[in-house]
Write a protein that binds this ligand. Structure first.
Ligand code: MOS
Length: 722
């Protein structure tokens, strides 16, 4: 079904189930260890051999010699794969071990398979490799002549920026830097591969099933239908599991050769350098405004680096949409770097971009002597500033987010002059930032069956990366069929099910709910047809379909054979006609230790307007996670680049700092009442990544308000404050 005109009134609007908090239906399975992750399919796949990946010890260059003799004769070893004996694979997939060239540190250079994990790991360490090292580029800040770097994303040049900027009543010209960051999800990348003839099954951790399936099929040059991918439970994605890395490919390659299943998990250190990360940025913000605070000049230049063929951190994306201003200069430049590959991580684009833009707005507010909340309100715009009034936002409640948040947070108590509020050893400050996150949608299908017990089973490739997909899809099914949630079974993350959006870019919940909605609509139609009831006034409740006082149990209509429907949601051009985004306002209060510069976040509030909130409980958890990540981005997260050797030094969870419980204070989340008729029949919008967008800037602005030190180089560590 195509969604291409404003959502009609539909059963979801009843909000009998939808819109009410519901605990995770998969929670008991998770806390009792019954929810199995990729590496844990031991019963389905007994007798799997263990693989261990060896990663390159240089960043760029080539293998001069590789000696695997000792490894091959080590105890328990079944197979050693290197570029010398690995089969040729397709470039469209994720080929491994295809030559002597090394493009980044921890690129796979060998794969050892043995009877046990320990044997495989021990043997991998016996492999002797000599490299020829190239001189690589590892330091974005050291790249000369940034002006001539190639374009990384479309530019915006509108009006006469230079003139507007130089004649503005107030202006800022500031440069912020954000570091490389690593997803650092809990579950490592892991795969078990098994061949049955020419059919391959891979249990792995991936956010978008059909994309992994296509990638693996292309790698081995086999039909997509010959590859089954299962990611039923996923221990965090954050973008890291949008990509197929070496683990499924090496496991499948070895499994085919050995005629035996092979399992492999990347080690934690390998994850940091072998997989992708969020690339560092340098961002120059030039903002100019009239004395009334209204922006006249909006300049945002982003520089970043990546491996050839890979894109930029799209940190100017939000600047094209968030604020008005007739004169605009927005550019993204991308240079070659020989670090590991940069890719999507936790709100790619906006998360890094708002760290700069929303601090620059704070700096502008101070120059204008206008309250930072008021400055955002004065710069509201209800249409796409690059297109004009012909492309309105479907909904945009940024002003209401700001007002509600300011009221609830006690913003009026903030002293606009930095360094004035003292509480014991702490200087205390408040900061605010706006949040915006694009609202993409993706096609998404599902299959739904009602059986003779009145149980509704929903099957879809949609994944749950810890976000709550299982629960919200059960809620959608329950609402549509008039069932209690515990009469709905949800099966996810298997390529045998109808293709679905998957989890990424905040599109998962809205898109997959729409797929389940259309599927359940089709199932309702079939149930009504078989019931013989008058289709024009039926309703579904209490496990029955009801019309004009007659009530028939769904279980009875389903009979022994059950009734199944399958549908797929497609989205038309409403995304073109309307600018669609979710909005929010983040408020932070921090303390800065007057002696040590230690920063503690004391409390935070996020107010979000993201369309209909399907499940306020899991949605709130999404925001709490995002806020925690935003605090991490502001204060601690950073991959430290060894600029001599070109790798991330702090490659484990001991050294890559993320917030822990002791770092996180009371966090408050408020959802504004909103429905978006242009977004989907669910009237929801993407929420997952909104939670992180702007958070770090609110913290950084609070730090400035507390102590008067403006740090423009993230993360804001103690050494930069003192
Ligand atoms: Mo997201 S970074 O698109 O999983």
């Amino acid at each position: 079904m195509l969604f291409n005109s404003p959502a009609p009134l539909n059963p979801i609007d009843n909000e009998t189930v939808v819109g009410h908090p519901h605990v995770r239906i998969d929670g008991p399975l998770k806390v009792s260890g019954q929810a199995r992750y990729a590496y844990e399919y031991n019963d389905e796949i007994p007798n799997a051999a263990y693989g261990f990946m060896l990663g390159a010890g240089i960043a760029t260059g080539s293998i001069q010699s590789i000696d695997t003799k000792a490894a091959e004769s080590a105890p328990g070893v079944l197979l050693v794969l290197t570029y010398k004996n690995a089969p040729k694979q397709g470039d469209d997939g994720s080929p491994q071990l295809q030559g002597a060239d090394i493009k980044h540190y921890d690129q796979a250079v060998a794969f050892v398979v043995a009877e046990t994990f320990e044997q495989a790991r021990a043997a991998a360490r016996m492999i002797k490799i000599e490299y020829t090292k190239n001189k690589g580029a590892f330091d974005l800040g050291a790249i000369k002549n940034r002006a001539s770097m190639p374009r990384g994303a479309a530019d915006t040049h509108m009006g006469d920026f230079q003139k507007a900027f130089s004649t503005a009543a107030a202006s800022v010209d500031v440069t912020y830097t954000t570091p490389d960051q690593s997803h650092s999800m809990m579950e490592p990348h892991a795969s078990i591969a098994k061949w049955d003839g020419d059919k391959l099954t891979v249990y792995m951790a991936h956010q978008i099933i059909h994309s992994a399936q296509a990638d693996i099929a292309d790698t081995f040059g086999i039909p997509q239908d010959n590859v089954r991918v299962v990611s039923a439970y996923i221990g965090g994605g954050f973008g890291s599991k949008l990509v197929v890395y070496a683990d499924p490919i090496l496991a499948a390659m070895a499994a085919r050769q050995l005629g035996r299943p092979v399992k492999v998990a990347l080690t934690r250190p390998q994850i940091y350098n072998h997989t992708t990360h969020r690339a560092a940025t340098i961002q120059r913000l030039r903002l100019g405004a009239g004395a009334d605070g209204r922006l006249t000049a909006v300049g945002h230049q982003v520089w970043c680096g990546n491996q050839p063929g890979h894109g930029p951190e799209n940190a100017a994306a939000q600047t094209k949409l968030l604020y008005p201003g007739d004169n605009r200069w927005i550019e993204t430049r991308l240079s070659k770097l020989d670090l590991p590959i940069g890719a999507a991580m936790r709100a790619p684009g906006e998360a890094a971009g708002l760290l700069a833009l929303e601090c620059a707005m704070d700096e502008l507010a101070e120059k204008l002597d206008i309250d930072p909340v008021e400055l955002r309100i004065r710069n509201d715009i209800q249409y796409d500033p690059e297109v004009g009034p012909s492309r309105p936002f479907s909904t945009r409640k940024l002003v209401q987010c700001m007002q509600t948040g300011a009221e609830r947070f006690g913003w009026s108590k903030r002293n606009p002059k930095p360094g004035q509020v003292r509480n014991g050893e702490w200087l205390v400050g408040m900061g605010v930032a706006a949040a915006i996150r694009n609202n993409p949608v993706r096609p998404s299908g599902a299959r739904a069956t009602i059986d003779r017990d009145g149980i509704l089973t929903i099957e879809t490739q949609q994944t749950d990366i810890g976000t709550g997909s299982y629960t919200i899809l059960a809620m959608i099914g329950a609402e549509m069929l008039g069932l209690p949630v515990d009469s709905v079974r949800v099966k996810l993350g298997d390529s045998d099910f109808p293709e679905a959006a998957g989890s990424g870019g905040s599109f998962g919940a809205n898109s997959s709910s729409t797929g389940v909605y259309y599927t359940c609509s089709a199932l309702r139609d079939e149930i009504v047809r078989r019931s013989g009831l008058n289709a024009s006034d039926v309703s579904f409740s209490d496990g029955s379909v009801i019309s004009q006082g007659r009530s028939i149990r769904l279980a009875d209509i389903a009979g022994d054979a059950g009734i199944t429907a399958e549908e797929r949601a497609e989205f038309g051009d409403l995304q073109k006609k309307f600018a669609q985004a979710a909005f929010g306002a983040h408020f932070a209060e921090v303390g800065v230790d007057i002696a040590t510069g230690e920063i503690r976040v004391r409390r935070m509030l996020s107010v979000c307007a993201a369309g209909r909130i399907i499940n306020p409980m899991t949605a709130r958890s999404q925001c709490l996670g995002g806020m925690t990540m935003g605090i991490g981005a502001a204060l601690m997260e950073e991959c430290v680049v060894d600029k001599r050797y070109g790798y991330f030094v702090n490659h484990d969870l001991a050294e890559y700092q993320v917030p822990v419980h002791a770092d996180i204070p009371d966090l408050d989340v408020v959802f504004l009442d909103e429905v978006d008729d242009q977004s989907s029949p669910i009237r929801a919008k993407g929420l997952g990544e909104l939670g992180i967008c702007g958070v770090g800037a609110a913290v950084a602005n609070a730090v400035y308000n507390a102590c008067g030190v403006r740090v423009r180089d993230y993360p804001l560590t103690m050494d930069k404050i003192i």
